[in-house]
Design a protein around this ligand. Structure first.
Ligand code: DGL
Length: 262
């Protein structure tokens, strides 16, 4: 089982930001990545639909022999992981918006969070804010349209800049000093976001924390791959693999995106 791959899925290409951190921390682990881009965005679908997609994605990764599954999507994590953990006898790692570290280090006591509608509406987000952001005002904005633009290869576009300005300016007016990226697609927008929010706002995402947690759980379950060999890594998309490929081209290594019917 130790040599079996880590399975990672997202509604699309966003989970690559999580893959990157996992691969950095666990360079010998085999990895299978699944982008369910055909069904993106998940963010404004019903909880039932998000669970249905997450089950399909999990079944695909289990067929490939995955030993653990990282749900590299905040929307699926906040809406479907409870269900997945009950249904399957395999460890699941979920991502969670990094409200806790942002709230703890905020000096202005105002933090912003940009995420999908479903993530912002979830019980998990409510509970996290209640528990870790007491005395801090959390300014929420739905990043409507951002995932679709990223999935259509329009990261650098005037539409993207207009949307980001629209969502971030009201947060700046409320004097935020931390901005939580509550969607795994959004770290691809860090350069544009920085231009809008400037140096005084710290941008926080959960990539590194998720990678550390994946390592801890693999270690605890005795599932770490002890072989120091070059791992295999497969990246699948059920829509346009060129979009995934262009994202992969930003990283070192010869990573190839494959199209699957799914
Ligand atoms: N990457 C997903 C997330 O973290 C995007 C959700 C969507 O498809 O709307 O929430």
């Amino acid at each position: 089982m130790n040599k079996n791959p880590i399975g990672i899925f997202d509604s699309g290409v966003g989970g690559i930001t999580i893959y990157e951190e996992i691969h950095k921390l666990l360079p010998h682990e085999n990895i299978i990545y699944l982008a369910d881009s055909k069904n993106a965005p998940y963010g404004n679908k019903s909880e039932e639909k998000i669970i249905e997609f997450s089950v399909k994605n999990t079944d695909f990764l289990l067929e490939k022999g995955c030993k653990i599954i990282v749900v590299a999507c905040n929307t699926a994590s906040t809406n479907a992981v409870k269900y997945l953990r009950k249904k399957y006898d395999i460890p699941f790692i979920r991502v969670q918006p990094a409200i806790k570290p942002a709230a703890l280090s905020s000096k202005t006591k105002n933090v912003g969070i940009l995420a999908t509608k479903r993530t912002l509406k979830s019980d998990l987000l409510f509970e996290t804010s209640q528990k870790f952001a007491q005395g801090v005002s959390v300014i929420e904005k739905v990043g409507e349209g951002l995932v679709s633009l990223i999935e259509s290869d329009k990261i650098q576009s005037s539409e993207m800049n207009d949307l980001l300005n629209k969502y971030l300016q009201p947060m700046l007016e409320k004097d935020i000093d931390h901005l939580v990226l509550g969607c795994t697609h959004y770290p691809f927008l860090t350069t544009q976001i920085k231009k809008i929010v400037g140096d005084k706002v710290t941008i926080v995402d959960s990539g590194e924390a998720i990678a550390r947690q994946t390592k801890n759980i693999l270690n605890k379950e005795n599932l770490l791959n002890k072989n120091n060999t070059i791992p295999y890594q497969y990246f699948y998309s059920n829509k346009d693999p060129d979009v995934l490929q262009r994202i992969l081209n930003h990283y070192d290594g010869d990573m190839k995106a494959y199209k699957i019917e799914f």
